[in-house]
Design a protein around this ligand. Structure first.
Ligand SMILES: [Zn+2]
Length: 619
């Protein structure tokens, strides 16, 4: 497929040497972003004859064909002042065929992007009355078959009045609410979102040092920008710790684009020289809100090295049509999850104690993963493009994007293995400098295969790394997690009667509560059941996802009533649930007598290497 496309490109370019020498121009009117619509005008150099325009489909960072083509509207195409007929390809729905008339040297495209007003699969609310995250891939069509590195584009953006903005995209000039950017490749444009808003603040995170790092914040309120000085200090430390860990940077300057709103979807997307970080309005001002999201920014920052600079071959695609292959996502995402967790602690964004509490929650989830009976971790990575959109019901049997959290456990084991075998002289920190380190420079992609990872690890510690990873990646037939790293690092997973601060904070901030490790239930706060763990009492009694818990031992359902009843099973209390299942009501008696159980980490007899790993590199 790739070879055939390359041939077509060569023919096109040799036939019309001048047509693609000019950059495309893109004018985006974002003044109506608050009412969830963008208006776009594009000029695309094109030679007479059949041309296919392509809407970006496979989106970097999403690892999936998630381009929001259903939200492309108002498409009209003209050339030399004449309206052209466009026809969507009936197999590849992201491709639009046109016939460019003789005498024309470019086509003019108008389109609207219907920015999501609610969250759904492949669509997240990204604009409010006060702010917008402008990502470029939904706003563009480009000539099919050309590599995104080879397409040049000059973009202009009009923002609502008085809005300010931050971006890693180099600015040519600003004129009132209109911004003109320097000409860049299509790759760089799509890699460089813009965060804009009425309430905006820029904080220098590496004052006086090169390269520059900026925390650009847009929020729904002015108050939400008031990050305490101590917290800003920790983000400055994050920059220094990351630099120390990798020994080099691969960007000219870096922008943390932080959007704070309760109206938008909350997640992060990595880029070479910026990250698109989205959290709650009170993320910087409420310690509990920050605690629950403390690894968001470290994770996305690590991706500048692991994911953008060094990228698995299957994810280093030449355009937005070539399918991505996720088989190495346990490195791309799993190792990033590990390093983000490590750097969050090293920079003081989270205390080692809280970090261990979150690790306990993650580990317990993976150590009761019925889906591992049939599905390997490797398969979750290959199927990532499906699993990102999988529902939460029956996640225990299906598995989710486990290559993040289980990747963390496996990379922890790799780190501990190196530290033990070298008597503490080497660690994964050394691997980071070998694989992601010097020389520093502007953004570039160095693709790698699994063998390169093995080779780089062998340069730190000669070991059977191929066997090490393959064993853990391909394991099935067990619901147990790979806990070798945790246990060799001085800790074991245990269960206690009180939920940890980390679990309380999570349940306060995010929907749902978990009594998974006592009776095997995850529920929404209204009692509707999200998932059941197959080997636990609730599932054995016949309860399943989609049912709704109405009462517990004759008391109306509440989280407190449920927890109290579970607690009382220790002293012989019953556990009887009245449950609605569609039109019918059913009573379930659970055979359970062990009280409440919540995961924590406890010290074992091994030296506490975990604590060493989390210590800052810079004193
Ligand atoms: Zn990630």
């Amino acid at each position: 497929m790739l070879k055939r496309l390359a041939g077509v490109v060569a023919v096109l370019i040799s036939a019309v040497p001048s047509a693609f020498a000019l950059p495309m121009t893109l004018r985006v009117d974002a003044t109506e972003a608050p009412r969830k619509i963008y208006h776009v005008e594009l000029n695309i150099p094109a030679a007479p004859g059949p041309v296919t325009l392509f809407y970006p489909k496979w989106i970097p960072g999403d690892h999936a064909p998630s381009g929001p083509v259903n939200d492309l509207a108002g498409l009209s195409i003209s050339a030399a002042g004449r309206s052209l007929i466009w026809k969507r390809d009936s197999v590849e729905l992201f491709a639009f065929h046109i016939d460019v008339p003789q005498g024309a040297s470019s086509v003019d495209v108008k389109l609207d992007f219907l920015s999501p007003a609610e969250n759904g699969a492949n669509s997240s609310v990204s604009a409010t009355s006060e702010l917008a995250i402008v990502t470029w891939n939904p706003l563009i069509l480009y000539p099919r078959g050309l590599a995104s590195d080879d397409l040049e584009i000059t973009a202009q953006l009009r923002l609502p009045e008085d809005w300010k903005f931050g971006t890693a995209l180099p600015v040519a000039k600003t004129n009132g609410g209109s911004v003109e950017f320097k000409t860049v490749s299509l790759t760089t444009l799509i890699d460089s979102p813009v965060l804009a808003g009425l309430h905006f603040r820029r904080i220098d995170l590496s004052p006086g040092a090169m390269p520059a790092h900026y925390l650009d914040i847009a929020a729904d309120t002015e108050d939400a920008l008031n990050a305490p000085a101590e917290l800003i200090g920790k983000y400055r430390k994050l920059v220094r710790e990351a630099r120390e860990l990798f020994g080099a940077t691969h960007y000219g300057e870096y922008h943390f684009l932080l959007a704070l709103s309760d109206q938008i979807a909350h997640f992060g997307v990595e880029h070479h020289a910026s990250s698109d970080d989205r959290s709650r309005e009170n993320f910087l001002t409420d310690p509990i809100s920050h605690l629950v999201g403390a690894t968001l920014i470290p994770h996305e920052f690590v991706h500048s090295w692991n994911g953008k600079y060094r990228r698995p071959e299957g994810l280093a695609t030449r355009d937005y049509e070539e399918p991505m292959k996720g088989d190495l996502l346990w490195i791309y995402e799993g190792f990033t999850e590990y390093l983000g967790w490590v750097l969050a602690a090293r920079s003081g964004l989270i205390s080692p104690e809280s970090n261990r509490q979150f690790l306990a929650l993650t580990t317990a989830n993976l150590d009761n993963r019925a889906g591992r009976e049939w599905r390997s971790l490797a398969d979750t990575a290959i199927a990532a493009q499906l699993l990102y959109d999988a529902r939460n019901d029956w996640e225990s049997r299906r598995r989710g994007v486990d290559f993040y959290d289980e990747g963390l456990l496996i990379w922890l084991e790799a780190d501990v293995t190196i530290r033990k075998q070298t008597q503490g002289r080497k660690s994964l920190d050394d691997f980071c400098r070998v694989f992601y380190g010097p020389p520093s420079g502007p953004p570039q992609v160095k693709p790698y295969a699994f063998e390169s990872i093995v080779e780089a690890l062998n340069s730190v510690l000669p070991y059977d790394w191929k066997g090490f990873f393959e064993t853990r990646l391909n394991r099935t037939g067990t619901d147990r997690a790979p806990l070798g790293g945790l246990e060799a690092a001085g800790y074991r997973l245990a269960y206690v009667e009180e939920p940890s601060e980390a679990q309380r904070a999570t349940e306060q901030i995010r929907p749902g509560l978990s009594v998974a490790y006592s009776i095997g239930l995850r529920l929404n706060h209204d009692g509707s059941i999200i998932d059941v763990l197959p080997e636990f009492a609730a599932a054995r009694a016949g309860i399943g996802p989609g049912m709704k818990l109405l009462s517990v031992n004759e008391n109306r359902y509440s989280a407190d009533a449920l927890r109290e009843a579970i607690r009382n099973t220790r002293t012989g209390g019953p556990l009887e649930f009245r449950v609605a299942n569609g039109r019918s009501f059913v009573t379930f008696k659970l055979d359970y007598h062990d009280g409440e159980k919540y995961p924590v980490l406890r010290r074992n007899a091994q030296p506490p290497l975990l604590d060493d790993i989390l210590k800052p590199l810079i004193r």
